[in-house]
Design a protein around this ligand. Structure first.
Ligand code: DGT
Ligand code: CA
Ligand code: CA
Length: 570
């Protein structure tokens, strides 16, 4: 068993004892032991084999015996017994600010409450005030505590994690003891939301790295500091884990800590079948423990007979089988995406003028940029009247003379509830291209909503369907829509599906993008920028495309300008 796994067991015991109302020193002893084990230099299994467990400060006879049992049997009788006495969910209740072990116990015994949801309901119905030592104020405090807990426990949008992650890597790189460094975990896989940031470093002097890391100016709280792993909370509330390994293990550790867990389980199974052992230190021959790979990820995958798998694909969705057969898709590269179709200017609700957008696009090395302001009926977003659209087109044509970057005059045309479009064909025809988008009546039933969108896609001047499910992460559920049917019509009408790259949209997401591709539909990436600053979100759209297994040919943004113009068909 790994140090971390054993530490988890002792943390759990401490929590359970606390609920049981055991003596504080006993509880503290387990927590301290857990912390020691977590930050231990050596493998706890090795320490055990050398008979030196009790040399570790904070580990006495009782705990040493439990470690022995865990290593030998993989289980702990004592923990199993404790668990039978107390429902595990009760531990979660104690995480709520204002609910300690005593209150948790009373809630459980008197009201049978074991989950946060049950507790919320009981507070809302005023069922706590009848208990001794509880009152209306307690109910209000607990409700506020639940709200806070849920907010702080929420996963983070990818841009928040990404920007923090990049900054920390840049900061740590200044340390000369860093030999190699990479982001790992879900952030490296570019998942749509991120639980915590994982960073991996190789170095021969781990303490120097960790000393620097905890001095990072944004660190609010240090959770654990060891020379293998250090965890902190940033001022943004996001947790960051930094791990340091030796250079010969860097590839193996990067593979291990990039995950996903599901991907890694499969990888380990393959290794075992080949008589190999794979872990964060390397790939080893099972019999002789001989090290055969681990310095780079490529070498780790190769050692078990696989082609290199891009991090965005590592979700155990079939990529491992394809890597075995040498048949992985050649997913689109970030630098192959040569422009952005979806930008709002000061003509509607954006903060930058078209000129500023064009200049920025040129700076970013784009070949084209699409100005897609809102249409007339979207009053809250200063949608443009038909008359103004014509003026806007004129401005773009004039600006174009001064810019190399191609400026496409577009619109994000609203789809009305009956499926008709906000602009007449006469206007749509004058533009270079048009998005259609849902911005109202999100709650229609599936049949009506699907027909509404289909009708819009059937208009010959609509080229792209913007944010097809209209979901907002953490804020709005996706609309009820039959995506199979949408994709079918998209293929027939040659309508592109957008991958909206705005971090709280990411719509289509990875799974839907893959589905679209499999049905022969093409996609277009747009940031939905409302300021120059938002234009950097493009990479998150590309990330969704990569996670959806899309190749260059599947994405309009990678095409030559001539081809794009031909497709727009004006
Ligand atoms: P997150 O942080 O929830 O967005 O997702 P991840 O994937 O970053 O998960 P995290 O931070 O808990 O762990 C980082 C990676 O470490 C994870 O993707 C795979 C690896 N890992 C963690 N725990 C285990 C485990 O118990 N078994 C295996 N095979 N891998 C693990
Ligand atoms: Ca993570
Ligand atoms: Ca982590």
């Amino acid at each position: 068993m790994k140090n971390q796994e054993i530490a988890e067991v002792f943390y759990q015991i401490a929590d359970l004892l606390e609920i049981k109302g055991e003596l504080p020193f006993k509880i503290r002893a387990y927590r301290r032991a857990a912390q020691r084990i977590e930050t231990l230099e050596m493998d706890i299994e090795d320490v055990y084999r050398q008979g030196k467990l009790m040399d570790i400060p904070g580990i006495g006879e009782g705990i040493a015996k439990k470690i022995k049992e865990l290593i030998e049997t993989g289980k702990l009788e004592y923990l199993e017994r404790l668990k039978k006495e107390i429902p595990e969910e009760l531990i979660k209740l104690m995480e709520i600010p204002g609910v300690g072990p005593k209150k948790a116990l009373v809630l459980y015994k008197k009201l049978g409450i074991t989950t946060v949801d049950q507790l919320r309901e009981a507070c809302e119905k005023g069922r706590l005030r009848s208990l001794e030592g509880f009152g209306e104020l307690t109910e209000r405090n607990i409700l506020r505590g639940i709200e806070m807990l849920e907010r702080s426990k929420g996963r983070f949008l990818i841009n928040v994690a990404y920007e923090n992650g990049i900054r920390i890597v840049d900061y740590l790189k200044k340390n000369r003891d860093v030999l190699n460094i990479s982001i790992a975990g879900s952030l490296r896989r570019m998942k749509e939301t991120i639980g915590d940031i994982d960073i991996l470093v190789s170095s021969l002097n781990p303490d120097s790295i960790m000393d620097d890391f905890v001095k990072y100016p944004d660190v609010k709280e240090i959770l654990v500091k060891g020379s293998k792993k250090t965890s902190v909370i940033l001022r943004d509330g996001i947790q960051v884990d930094v791990r340091v390994v030796k250079p010969e293990s860097f590839g193996a550790a990067l593979q291990y800590f990039t995950g996903s867990k599901e991907h890694n389980i499969q990888i380990r199974n393959i290794a075992v079948k080949m008589g190999l052992k794979i872990n964060e230190y390397g790939v080893f021959k099972k019999e002789t423990e001989e090290y055969i790979a681990g310095r780079t990820e490529e070498e780790v995958y190769k050692a078990i007979g696989l082609d290199y798998i891009e991090p965005e694909l590592r979700e155990n969705r079939g990529e491992i089988e394809l890597a075995q057969q040498g048949k992985l898709p050649k997913i689109v590269r970030y630098e192959e995406v040569k422009g952005d179709f979806h930008i709002h200017s000061t003509w509607s609700d954006g903060t930058a003028s078209i000129e500023e957008i064009a200049r920025k696009a040129q700076e970013m090395g784009y070949e084209f940029v699409g100005i897609a302001d809102h249409s007339a009926s979207l009053k809250v977003a200063y949608g443009l009247s038909e008359e103004k659209v014509l003026k806007k087109i004129q401005e773009i044509r004039k600006l174009q003379e001064r810019f190399d970057v191609r400026i496409f005059a577009g619109t994000e045309c609203d789809i009305k509830p009956d499926g008709s479009l906000d602009y007449s064909n006469k206007i749509l025809k004058e533009l270079d291209f048009a998005y259609a988008a849902i911005h109202s009546r999100f709650k229609m039933n599936e049949k009506e909503m699907t027909e509404r969108i289909v009708k819009a896609m059937e208009n010959e001047y609509i080229n792209i369907l913007a944010h097809p499910t209209a979901r907002m992460i953490g804020k709005r559920d996706p609309i009820n829509v039959d995506l199979e049917r949408i994709f079918e019509v998209a293929r027939e009408t040659n309508t592109f599906m957008e991958i909206n790259a705005f971090p709280d949209r990411l719509d289509l997401n990875d799974v839907h993008a893959k589905m679209a591709k499999e049905r022969g539909v093409k996609l277009a990436i747009g940031t939905d920028s409302h300021s120059l600053d938002h234009m950097r979100f493009l990479k998150f759209g590309t990330a969704m495309a990569r996670r959806g297994w899309l190749e260059k040919k599947d994405i309009l943004n990678t095409y030559d300008l001539r081809e794009i113009e031909k497709i727009f068909g004006r």
